[in-house]
Structure formats: C-alpha cells, structure tokens
Design a binder for this molecule. Sequence first.
Ligand SMILES: NC(=O)C1=CN([C@@H]2O[C@H](COP(=O)(O)OP(=O)(O)OC[C@H]3O[C@@H](n4cnc5c(N)ncnc54)[C@H](O)[C@@H]3O)[C@@H](O)[C@H]2O)C=CC1
Ligand SMILES: CC(=O)C(=O)O
Ligand SMILES: [Mg+2]
Length: 603
Amino acid sequence: MWNIARFAASNLSRSRRFSSAIPGPCIVHKRGADILHDPWFNKDTGFPLTERDRLGLRGLLPPRVISFEQQYARFMESYRSLEKNTRGQSDGIVSLAKWRILNRLHDRNETLYYRVLIDNIKNFAPVIYTPTVGLVCQNYSGLFRRPRGMYFSAKDKGEMMSMIYNWPAHQVDMIVLTDGSRILGLGDLGVQGIGIPIGKLDMYVAAAGINPQRILPVMLDVGTNNQKLLEDPLYLGLRQPRLEGEEYLSIVDEFMEAVFTRWPKAIVQFEDFQMKWAFETLQRYRKRFCMFNDDIQGTAGVALAGLLGSVRAQGRPLSDFARQKIVVVGAGSAGLGVLNMAAQAVSRMSGNGEAAVKKQFFLLDKDGLVTKERNELDPSAAPFAKDPREIEGLREGAGLVEVVKKVKPHVLLGLSGVGGVFNEEVLKAMRESDSSKPAIFAMSNPTMNAECTAADAFRHAGENIVFASGSPFENVDLGNGKVGHVNQANNMYLFPGIGLGTLLSGARFITDGMLQAAAECLASYMTDEDIQNGILYPSINSIRNITAEVGAAVLRAAVAEELAEGHCDVGPKELKNMSKEMTVEYVRSNMWFPVYSPLVHEK
Ligand SMILES: NC(=O)C1=CN([C@@H]2O[C@H](COP(=O)(O)OP(=O)(O)OC[C@H]3O[C@@H](n4cnc5c(N)ncnc54)[C@H](O)[C@@H]3O)[C@@H](O)[C@H]2O)C=CC1
Ligand SMILES: CC(=O)C(=O)O
Ligand SMILES: [Mg+2]
C-alpha cells in the first residue's frame, strides 16, 4: 500500500525545491462538463466543493471529495494490481497493459498523470518512452482512442497557416515533430510514429518541467513506404507513398512558417526523420528558426559525454580522448552526429584541425567498413571514410569482426538499429582491446534492436568493460557479489535541458556552442568514484537535477554568444548578471510541477 505520509513529506520537500509548486490560480474558459472532459483542468473527484459551485460542477460528480494524495495512492494501487495480475504473461502484453493504464490517466487528468510520472520516472520511463513506445507506434492505429497533438498531412498543403490556429493553447513552447520515416530502429511507421513526439514531450514535462499546456506533438504525414501499413485497412495515415524532393520540403517549409508565425518563440525538435531529411532539414532551418535535430545533435552530446567518461574510467586524463580508437557501427543520422561532435571535441583538445583528428575513428555501415573506395560514398559519411593506405590489412567493406580484431578499439559504439550485430565473436574480439576498460555502447532502440544485451556484453567481452545501451537493461550479476553496471546512453539526458535552457534564454537559434555546453555539463556531472565503478551517466531518478544543470549550461552559452534575449520578465541583462549557481536555480524555479491549482473561470 502506498504510504500517504511519505508522499506528503516528499511533496513538501519538493515544493521547497520548486518554488512554482505553490499553486497560483489557473484561468479556464470553460465550465461544467467541458472541464471534466478536459485533461488539462480535470481533477476528477478532487474538485473542492466551493470550486464545484464556482464552475458549475455541482451534481456532475459523486458528492465526496477525494484528495490528490488519495487519488495518487489509488492509481498506484491499480498499477501494482495490474503488475501482479499480468505476471507470467508475455512482455509485449504486459508492456501494452501498463502503457494503456498510464495513457488512460493521461487522457483524463494530466496533473495526476504527470505527478505519478515524475515520482516514478525510473519505472514509468520504459513504458511511456523507449522501449514500449516503439511497440505502441507499431500498433498505434489499433490502439488509437483519442487524438493527441496535431496532424498535418500532404493533403493540407496551403491550409497549415490557418490549421495551426486550431490548437487550443494560446502559447506553445516546445514542439516535437516527426514524419514517422525512421521510428527508433523500427523503420518507416508512417502516421503511427506520433507516439514518439508524445513520449519525448512527456519526458520534457517530467524532466524539464515544461508546462504540459505548452507542448505540442506533431506528425507530418507525407505518406509511407511501409507496404504492410499501406495494405492495413485500419491504418490511420495517408495511404500513399512518401512525398519526395521539393514536394516533401514544401510541406515542411509550410509547417515551419505556420508554427513560427503563430508562436515566434517556440522551439521545434526534429525527431526520427530518415537520414537524408534529418540532415537536409537541419541545414535548411537551423539558422532561420529555433530548432534542433535530437537524433543528430542530442544523441551526439550524450555519446560524447559517455566517451569522455570511458576515458576517465581507464584512469586517464581527458586529453587522452585524442588517442582513443573508436569504432562506430551505423553511418546514419545518429552515428554521423556522434562522429562529428567527437571530432570537434578532439580538435579542440588537441589544437589540430578536424581533418587531422579523424584517424582514430572507424565507421561501418550495412556494407562494412566505409572507405574512400566506396561506390556512391554518402557526402555526410565522406569525412570519416578511411583512406585505404592508412588502414593496413583492412579493405573497403571489411566486416565488423575483422575491424575489431585489427583495430583493437577502446570503444565499440552501435547506432545501426540492428539487434544482435555485436555478436559473440565481435564481443570476444573486444577482449583484445587496447583499453584497460573497453567501452561497449549498444545504443540502438528499442531493446530488441540493441546491438547486444548487457548480459552478453559482460559474458563475452569480460567483466572489466563499461557498458551502455539506448534502452534500459537490468544491471548484470557477475557472481562473487560483483555487479556489471548498465548505463542508459539515451538522448533523454540532454534534449530536455537543451529545450528548457534555450527557452529561458530566449535565443532565436540553437548553436553548436550551446549544444557543446550541454554535452560538457553532462560529461562533468559524474564523480570519479562513480566513473571508476563503471557509472557513466546519472540515475534517471535525478533527471530533473541533471536537466536543471544542462539547461543552465545551455542558457549561459547563449548569454556568452550574446544570443539571449530573455524570457518573460527576465531580460538579457539579468541573465548576464546571474552566477552559474543562480542560473541553475533560475532554471529550476521555472520548472512546472503538477499540483491542483485553483481554477478561475473567465469568459
Ligand atoms: N540511444 C539514443 O539516444 C539514440 C539511439 N538511436 C538509435 O540509433 C539507431 C539508428 O538511428 P539513425 O542513425 O537515425 O538511423 P539511420 O537509418 O539513419 O542509420 C542506420 C545506419 O546503420 C547502418 N546499418 C544497417 N545495418 C547495419 C549492419 N548490419 N551493420 C552495420 N551498420 C548497419 C545503415 O547502413 C545506416 O548507416 C536507431 O535504432 C535509433 O533508435 C538514435 C538516436 C538516439
Ligand atoms: C532515443 C532516440 O531518439 C531514438 O532512438 O531515436
Ligand atoms: Mg529519436
């Protein structure tokens, strides 16, 4: 049974930590049953009697008033019963049942939903985010009950500027946008990919305290090339092949113009676009609008923090990063994003130009080692393609085992989307690594697409490795009381802070400097003792803390670059005068925290 006294105590300390927890009034333009059916305002049986009178709710609810704490306890009890009752059933069935119960609460009462999410983030993140969100996207048309977010389709061309005004909120701060073309490692899921912006924005609310009334998940439905979906009579998206070329770009252009016309200060996070459009749209918009691509830029920062951590784990100075041999498997938006940011970091550390520092990186895609001899070499991969003369004993297209045996890398990092590609032979080859603590990052999502499991990594590559995966795995029992620590190398450690820091800075663009500051902040978050124990990233339980630090680092970088225009009544001068600690506190104090606010009706 959930302990109400403990809840009250933790709530008290939380309300001290987050000054926004003192509930100010909330203006509502609805009355009566319309409020009960609006998850932003609904309190279910929690409406006090006076409020029921004021809002025309009297008689629409059973007479007894149930407190927030009791509602919370009742939900947690139902959740635990569900866990008990589904024991022994398949993982997929259990995960979807958990997602459904949380989703029903989300659709009914957002305040309660976000409170249970924040307080139980370690247990619930795998349900509302990776891995379960992948399963939800795969089954989205069948699971659909109520719409969430906005859908702009190829059929809406010419209409988007007016459509954007259909969204009921006056202000939107954070938008996550996808076209569904590369959902996690699951490929093209068309309109069903909307689950990803929804899950990412849930993390924004939980980790960054973005007000849920100011978030907007968006699906740009430009068709799908997934034949199975096109043939599915229940599929909810456009039943046509994906638009390409200028036709495609004109849809994204129109959407971006519409968004920034209505909400000039919004931030748009591009998510899970196939590689060609991920890079193209980033180039196209990053100097015109306040946007970033999470898969390219967020992932890069998280991976870089982990790579720097793995240097520290070997007991070496950070400057040694310039000597680490890193094999990256997957030359897509994520893999190339990581290599570009790693190259910038090495270049800064060594003082050499970026071209000179790429020797230590080895890039493989589905056709093996990428070299300059590759036919139709992708221009974004070209800077990392090996000159065959520098890689004695290796040839164009060499397989992963061959590369690992020959290179003896310090780090093996997977962003291929292919489950199990780090097989027993590859992992055993990592035993010959030149590092005293080889690092294995199986970053692809969801779980079944991870390049290897945590257990296999420790079993085959040895107990001295450091391990990270994109989706969560349990720590591994190594016997003799020893534990193989599993890190979650996921962009969730950065994107909430990038969004919040940018928002509070009032910057109109997101620069490399701001992203670098975010990565450096995460990299320096862990103590030497943690790192020695193989812990490269903090626990997800402290995600609000991490996000406050990352947000402050991003904000301060925007100030340093003279991009900060301020937010609400805090202007650029005040931001400039804040110390580092004050900035962290400022960011923290701007995090929304779910409490029932008194509702005040206004026509
Ligand atoms: N942990 C995290 O925070 C993140 C994880 N990811 C994951 O990374 C994966 C890839 O994402 P993107 O780069 O955007 O995809 P992408 O489709 O742009 O790239 C995939 C790359 O993997 C290569 N590949 C495919 N099969 C391969 C094989 N057998 N061996 C070696 N390489 C192979 C492809 O040639 C391509 O270069 C996805 O599973 C995604 O979930 C992406 C972003 C963040
Ligand atoms: C985590 C994430 O952004 C991805 O797997 O695409
Ligand atoms: Mg993604």
